[in-house]
Ligand binder design. Structure first.
Ligand code: HEC
Ligand code: HEC
Ligand code: HEC
Ligand code: HEC
Ligand code: HEC
Ligand code: HEC
Length: 421
């Protein structure tokens, strides 16, 4: 009788303890080791960041706390390796999540080992436990970009203009002072010598009429005219700086800058083919079916694909978004993105400039033949770990000496037919 009571009394705390330890052990399995966290950070940045943030919803949910809310750590492992299998298996949590995120499919990371997934969780947990720093939102990035840098050229122009005005004023004032002084001195009785100095025949008028001065003026004017004409001729067809207004106020500064969305997430062709491609509205919808639904700019995307936010349905009526093309080589020239980005290992920014800082894209480089050739003369071929080049490197070193780098011109990058059809 007594025993039963005691055991009954004991049951509750034991149960409570069990429940508690199960919770604690759950996230206790997650490592706090700095090396593991670093490994997780690299994996996360490389593979998850295009869709997830730790503390913010993007394409997928904010991942802070998944280790507490998901059914189990094993569930997370299975999910990351193949989410559609988990969903198809009828798992309740998975299906609810999938529906909540408009059935957008997460990439499968089938080859991930347990410890890789655990390292990502370690990173997520370490980030989540950090106190809130001012979020890496657009405001911060916006403020950071311009500050502490060189004076904008607009200011320089204003300063220059101001200085010229001051100089002209000084010349006028000095002129007035000399005439006044001359008049004053001439009113006095001056000696012959002094009078000659005061009434020096070399006045401004005699100077401007001199042959030397006239020659100088004609020379300067014709030199400026000549340079303008030549510059004009050279820039025919060159559109450096071209920055048209786009039909939707899409900002690279926000997407590629503040939110660090990878260029290739949208410009899917850059690694694979000739064209980098402008993303289709589907790619925008990966995020914007959720994000900023109320924005008039985002509603232009919905209009283009005939999407109704309220019912989340498609009307079938579509009209393409008419993005204005900025970079455009004439038809006679052949340029291939994957050759440069994938094989050559060249960053987008080398040719397109700091796109991730541009509110509106502009053409950064000249895109003339001279520009292409110049880079082909200067740039080394990226032959590390590319068996295709082994033979060529051998031949090159045999003729030019061991250790000399192979430039693009050495593999035929200056041949007319490589760039012209
Ligand atoms: C292409 C976008 C995309 C990528 C890349 C991606 N995810 Fe996801 N993830 C999602 C979406 C969307 C969901 C929400 C469920 C759904 O719709 O499938 C999700 C859900 C999850 C969940 C469950 C979250 C919860 O609240 O329970 C985890 C965990 C997760 N992702 C981890 C990862 C990890 C780790 C990586 C990188 C290795 C990764 N994801 C890469 C899109 C992505
Ligand atoms: C979220 C999707 C997205 C991301 C990420 C993105 N872009 Fe874009 N990009 C676009 C869209 C949409 C356009 C067309 C509208 C415009 O010009 O702003 C465009 C236009 C461009 C153009 C001009 C194309 C033309 O008409 O000649 C270049 C160059 C470019 N992007 C480079 C980049 C680079 C480099 C990055 C990475 C730093 C990047 N983009 C990241 C969506 C994206
Ligand atoms: C990976 C996710 C993602 C993708 C893909 C994406 N966006 Fe965004 N976009 C965002 C986020 C996040 C914001 C900022 C929302 C905020 O300010 O709260 C945003 C903001 C915008 C805004 C500003 C809206 C406003 O009124 O403030 C426009 C316009 C926009 N996106 C257009 C596009 C277009 C067009 C595409 C496709 C080419 C695209 N986005 C693709 C995540 C994305
Ligand atoms: C070696 C220089 C170079 C590099 C590197 C480069 N581009 Fe380009 N890009 C060009 C040229 C040149 C054009 C014009 C092509 C044409 O008119 O055929 C162009 C055009 C574009 C366009 C317009 C449409 C299209 O598909 O051609 C986009 C978008 C673009 N680039 C994005 C990117 C992105 C994203 C990267 C990095 C992944 C990148 N570029 C890397 C030189 C470059
Ligand atoms: C930033 C430097 C850079 C610029 C600018 C550049 N290229 Fe290249 N280009 C390279 C590199 C590096 C390679 C070698 C890639 C490889 O390993 O195959 C290359 C290779 C090529 C090839 C293949 C050559 C061959 O023999 O296989 C062609 C064609 C080409 N570029 C065309 C162009 C054109 C057209 C332009 C101008 C619109 C241009 N490139 C601008 C760096 C550049
Ligand atoms: C690395 C690539 C490349 C190589 C090699 C190259 N070109 Fe070009 N060429 C171009 C590009 C790009 C343009 C377009 C430039 C523009 O629109 O300003 C062009 C334009 C031209 C034009 C038209 C002139 C004009 O201003 O519109 C001629 C003619 C021409 N090239 C001849 C040649 C000849 C001849 C050779 C061989 C000796 C050669 N090119 C080699 C890239 C190349």
């Amino acid at each position: 009788m007594m025993n039963e009571k005691i055991s009954g009394l004991l049951k509750f705390p034991v149960l409570a303890l069990l429940v508690l330890t199960s919770f604690i052990s759950f996230s206790q399995d997650i490592s706090k080791d700095a090396a593991v966290i670093k490994a997780g950070e690299d994996l996360f940045n490389g593979n998850c960041k295009s869709c997830h943030r730790v503390k913010q919803k993007l394409v997928g949910p904010a991942l802070a706390g998944v280790y507490d809310r998901a059914p189990s750590l094993d569930w997370i492992k299975n999910w990351v390796r193949n989410s559609s299998k988990v969903i198809a298996g009828g798992d309740k949590y998975a299906n609810a999540l999938y529906t909540e995120y408009n059935k957008s499919q997460m990439t499968a990371f089938t080859s991930y080992k347990d410890d890789q997934i655990m390292s990502i969780l370690a990173y997520i947990k370490a980030e989540a436990d950090k106190p809130d720093a001012p979020a890496a939102g657009p405001q911060v990035a916006g403020g950071g970009a311009g500050s502490g840098q060189a004076i904008p050229s607009g200011y320089l122009d204003a300063i220059l203009g101001g200085m010229i005005i001051i100089l002209v004023l000084m010349v006028i004032i000095l002129g007035l002072i000399t005439t006044a002084l001359k008049k004053y001195l001439n009113d006095k009785q001056l000696s012959e010598e002094d009078s000659e100095v005061v009434n020096n025949p070399y006045t401004l008028a005699t100077f401007t009429r001199s042959a030397g001065f006239i020659f100088l003026v004609i020379f300067v004017v014709s030199a400026i005219a000549f340079k303008t004409v030549i510059d004009g001729l050279y820039s025919i067809g060159v559109q450096q700086g071209y920055q048209p207004k786009q039909p939707i106020a899409f900002s690279h500064k926000l997407h590629a800058g503040a939110y660090e969305i990878n260029c290739k997430y949208c410009h899917t062709g850059a690694m694979k083919g000739k064209q980098a491609n402008i993303p289709s509205p589907n790619i925008c919808m990966n995020c914007h079916s959720q994000i900023k639904q109320e924005s008039p700019e985002i509603q232009k995307i919905y209009a283009a694909i005939g999407y109704d936010v309220k019912t989340a349905s498609y009307s079938g009526k579509q009209k393409p978004i008419e993005w204005v093309r900025i970079h455009n080589l004439p038809d006679l020239a052949y340029f291939n993105h994957s050759q440069h980005v994938n094989v050559g290992g060249i960053e987008c920014q080398t040719c397109h400039g700091p796109i991730e800082e541009m509110e509106q894209v502009k053409q950064y480089s000249l895109l003339t033949m001279g520009w292409c050739i110049d880079c082909h003369r200067k740039t080394n071929v990226n032959n590390e770990g590319n068996a295709y080049y082994d033979k060529l490197v051998e031949v090159h070193e045999a003729s030019k000496g061991k250790g000399t780098k192979m430039k693009v011109e050495d593999i035929g990058g200056l041949e007319c037919s490589k760039c012209h059809y």
